[in-house]
Design a protein around this ligand. Structure first.
Ligand code: LLP
Length: 425
């Protein structure tokens, strides 16, 4: 699952004690494990090897340039959704011809930059975007590759805010309209519309929604081929789960076992856009207890990390396993579960200093007795953690640390007060 483990009552990231990093760098701090990124990426490569897919790491979940570089070195492509992400990927040494670009609102400027860079594929989300791409492609001397993102109307059984493949969502084009798009634009001189893209939601913790969505896409691809259109790629998007609790998500081999048989001998190049399944368990957020407090029947652990550092609990009521970095005898855990059964634990809310009631990291959570100064690890924070952080309440953003074996380095320094105002006029 990952390389965050307790040894002698202390949490380690690979071979480095997490407490040592917190002491040197301060808190709150994001800590990532190189070996976890590598092993998650390699497991996907191995699981899907039969189809030799193009794996495009989804940058949005964890976008630090050093993480992009690490993935580029492993041979990964990249799934991007903005000019900023393209910039990061290119600066990190990523190959443009392994970049796929989704998003419902690409600006002219962003499209021009991506054409200029020579990306592998634009994932088109509407007729009007496609017309615009054709116009911009005609002004360049490149023939641009594109895939149509179709909306298969499949329920991924995840949070409604991250459900993207149902017909009422803003993403992709309904299957009924998708044929018309090909009829109108499928033989254009400036763009080569030769792929179908899907992304049904995130996280998708069962394989069935993928099976349903891919089957629908394959029926559509057959229809397109019968009508004389050339379809070369099928991009099934991202959404593979991560272990917020131990064993919660299917492993790469489970997704592969469901998907590969559907695509064998179909003459389609498979593209995958995994984000969370690579980065989620590769990062933790470490925070320090500032105060303990009683409020009515409740106990609050007030910590120095907050919703501006990790917004997932506030935004999606997401569960993140939390446990002290250093524990007393009997309190080291191997299993990250939402039903802890360790004698001596106590129910509490873990909350931050931000002035919002939604500023919680955990509610009614059983934790060992805590006191001022204790360090807590918030697990599975590598995806959509730092990447969604903000300076709300004028809180400088946390530092990001990358551990590799016995050593660690700062890959993003902690912001300081000057950073808060330096670009304000
Ligand atoms: N491809 C596309 C087109 C996407 O929109 C996304 C994520 C991915 C791939 C990667 O999905 P992943 O493998 O990471 O699940 N902020 C939310 C998640 C939003 C996902 C947005 N799109 C969260 O914290 O759960």
């Amino acid at each position: 699952m990952d390389y965050f483990k307790y040894k002698d009552n202390q949490l380690f990231c690979e071979n480095v004690p997490v407490a040592q990093i917190a002491q040197q760098i301060g808190t709150p701090v994001y800590i990532y494990s190189t070996a976890t990124f590598q092993s998650h990426y390699k497991k996907l490569v191995e699981a899907f090897a039969e189809l030799e897919p193009l794996i495009c790491y989804s940058v949005k979940g964890c976008s630090n340039i050093n993480i992009c570089r690490l993935l580029a070195e492993l041979g990964s492509g990249f799934d991007i959704v903005s000019g900023g992400e393209l910039y990061r990927v290119l600066q990190a040494g990523g190959q443009a011809d392994k970049v796929v670009y989704a998003g419902v609102g690409k600006t002219d400027e962003e499209i021009r930059q991506a054409i200029e860079a020579g990306i592998a594929c634009f994932n088109i989300e509407s007729e009007s975007e496609l017309e615009n791409l054709i116009l911009l492609a005609s002004q360049s001397d490149r023939r641009v590759q594109a895939a149509l993102r179709v909306n298969p109307d499949v329920d991924p059984k995840t949070h409604r805010y991250t459900t993207t493949g149902k017909k009422e969502s803003k993403f992709g084009v309904n299957l009924e309209r998708a044929l018309k798009v090909f009829e109108e634009f499928g033989h254009d001189d400036h763009i080569k519309l030769n792929g179908i893209h899907l992304h049904i939601g995130s996280p998708v913790n069962t394989v069935e929604p993928y099976i349903q969505a891919i089957k629908k896409a394959l029926v559509f691809i057959d229809e397109l081929r019968d009508k004389g259109f050339t379809i070369e790629t099928l991009n099934v998007g991202g959404g593979f789960g991560a272990d917020y609790t131990t064993g919660e998500a299917p492993i790469a081999a489970d997704y592969a076992a469901a998907i590969i048989p559907l695509l064998r001998d179909k003459g389609l190049r498979l593209i995958l856009e995994p984000g969370r399944s690579i980065s989620g368990n590769a990062g933790i957020l470490v925070t320090k207890v500032l105060y303990m407090k009683q409020g009515g029947d409740k106990t609050f652990a007030i910590v120095d990390g907050a919703m501006n550092d990790l917004i997932r609990p506030a935004l999606y009521e997401a569960f993140h396993f939390i446990w002290p970095v250093q524990v007393a005898d009997g309190f080291a855990v191997e299993n990250r579960s939402n039903t802890i059964e360790i004698p001596g634990t106590q129910k509490m809310d873990v909350v931050g200093p931000v002035c919002e009631t939604s500023d919680f990291l955990a509610q009614d959570r059983l934790l060992p007795p805590l006191q001022r100064g204790d360090l807590l690890s918030i697990f599975t924070a590598g995806a959509y953690g730092f990447a969604m952080s903000s300076q709300y309440n004028s809180r400088p953003r946390a530092a990001e640390i990358l551990v590799e074996g016995d050593s660690f380095r700062v890959i993003r320094r902690r912001e300081c007060y000057e950073d808060l105002i330096s670009i304000e006029k």
